[in-house]
Design a protein around this ligand. Structure first.
Ligand SMILES: *Cc1c(COP(=O)(O)O)cnc(C)c1O
Length: 467
């Protein structure tokens, strides 16, 4: 049975089931698998002809073994990927010679987060059913995460979900993707305030859960939950196998915010998939690019951009990579993270450790003008409209690619219809909604507007959880 350990070395080892229900480790660290499952080239080769859901089973099973029965996992994954709007689930789109976009936006909410959250919702319900427990999911969103979490848990019998968003500050498509989902267990709370206030209320609620009167506990579905990363490893294998891996190595460019999606690529490499290069593509919020290129870690204030899903000041999952770079020494990492989180001085990594990271990782930061220009460039060259996050990945790939003979795959993290501001700036008409969402603008919305007041929000949650 797979065990999970904390990156800071001072928390109990947990099973997958426990990790699923736990956010941060009690020492403040993140959980990672104690041993990474490895596949030989011949084993990977033997997966070549598997459809997506079956490949997902091969990759995910070792991480959940002992907690989820193999047949139950199969049922869950068939259901999840059967619900995607494209038969191939994660199709590749070629945009140049040896250059591809991996389309990860055919799930219910049109962004890659569906891969993880559709699976996570079902796994959570499966585990809770067996434990005879119910939980409350609480989260704050400025867009993609909220809708994906709601879609992923709408059918859960043992989960009530409360998603806070800043009232009037998310795009109409994104708001409707949250507020039109039907389900007695779904609550959209529009906060009369900004995203940071919503986020602070969520953090405070996790810190002191007494408002739930001890009858339920809160579960986090943000990207520090290991179960999310696990699901994202699969599409690296899928795309590689489709382009001649494992014989041929691949390079990936990943539009990055919290470092979850790209960490999944790093995991795929550790599991045996030949990946030559992983590019950390960021927007103006470039804390990781500054660290990778100059070895200076310094937190700047968050900037709002036309790629809101990558707007972060700190990148939480990077700690998982640091753990490996520091030879999985929890005590050393706890000390390093203490300095990095103090946000006072500029922190530098040990040069040898950074050099180890640079063997695989490169980084590049893309400003708004260059993002829009890349959308135009690719459209002119191919007639294909990128979403702005994906455009950042493509731009970074074109700037720092190491070897043109190795296929470069940029993760297509969202459908452009979700990001109208960027599409307009690039001078294009608003794209049509995909066929499964054509009536989104007519569907009935459900939301509760609340003041940015912690007591009010907690009272609302308590009342609606115990009816
Ligand atoms: C969440 C998101 C990202 C960033 O992913 P991380 O795993 O946080 O690095 C990039 N693009 C889109 C469209 C997203 O929704």
């Amino acid at each position: 049975m797979m065990k999970y350990i904390s990156t800071r070395g001072n928390a109990p080892e947990l099973t997958f089931e426990e990790v699923l229900l736990t956010g941060l480790a009690e020492d403040g660290g993140l959980y990672v698998p104690k041993d990474v499952p490895k596949f030989s080239p011949a084993e990977i080769e033997s997966m070549r002809d598997l459809p997506y859901a079956e490949l997902a089973h091969k990759i995910i099973y070792p991480f959940v073994e002992g907690c989820v029965e193999t047949a139950d996992l199969k049922k869950i994954l068939d259901e999840v990927y059967g619900g995607f709007a494209h038969k191939a689930v994660a199709p590749l789109q070629q945009i140049d010679h040896n250059e591809y976009v991996l389309e990860l936006f055919h799930g219910p909410t049109l962004a890659f987060k569906d891969f993880a959250l559709q699976t996570l919702g079902r796994l959570l319900d499966y585990v809770l059913e067996r434990r005879h427990e119910k939980v409350v999911i609480m989260g704050a969103t400025s867009g993609d995460t909220g809708s994906a979490a709601i879609e992923g848990t709408k059918a859960c019998r043992n989960v009530d979900i409360f998603i806070l968003h800043p009232h009037g500050k998310v795009s109409e498509v994104q708001r409707r993707q949250m507020t039109t989902v039907k389900g007695d267990n779904i609550y959209n709370i529009a906060i009369e305030g900004n995203f940071d206030q919503a986020q602070d209320m969520v953090k405070a609620s996790f810190g002191d859960q007494s408002f739930l009167k001890g009858e339920r506990k809160l579960v986090a579905v943000n990207s520090i939950n290991w179960a999310r990363i696990m699901s994202q490893i699969v599409y690296y294998f899928y795309s590689s196998l489709n382009l001649g891996g494992p014989v041929r190595p691949m390079a990936y460019s990943v539009p990055t915010g919290n470092f979850g999606d790209i960490f999944a690529g790093y995991m795929a490499k550790k599991m045996g998939l030949p990946i030559e290069q992983l590019i950390i593509a960021t927007n103006k919020n470039d804390v990781l690019h500054r660290l990778m290129s100059k070895n200076k870690y310094e937190v700047h204030a968050l900037e709002h951009t036309i790629t809101p899903s990558m707007d972060i000041a700190v990148s939480s999952n990077f700690e998982r990579l640091l753990f490996d770079l520091y030879d999985r020494d929890g005590a050393q990492l706890a000390e390093l993270m203490g300095r990095m989180n103090a946000k006072k001085d500029v922190v530098s990594l040990d040069e040898a450790k950074l050099a180890k990271a640079r063997e695989t990782f490169d980084s590049y930061a893309v400003g708004e003008d260059a993002t829009v220009q890349t959308m135009q460039e690719v459209y002119d060259e191919t007639g294909y409209l990128l979403d702005p996050h994906t455009a950042i990945g493509v731009k970074a790939a074109r700037e720092v690619r190491r070897n043109k003979n190795i296929p470069m795959i940029t993760l297509g993290t969202a459908h452009p219809v979700k990001f109208e501001e960027a599409v307009e700036r690039a001078g294009y008409a608003h794209p049509d909604l995909p066929h499964h969402l054509t009536d989104l603008m007519e569907r009935e919305e459900r939301l509760d507007v609340l003041p940015a007041d912690l007591a009010d929000v907690q009272a609302f949650i308590a009342k609606n959880t115990f009816k």
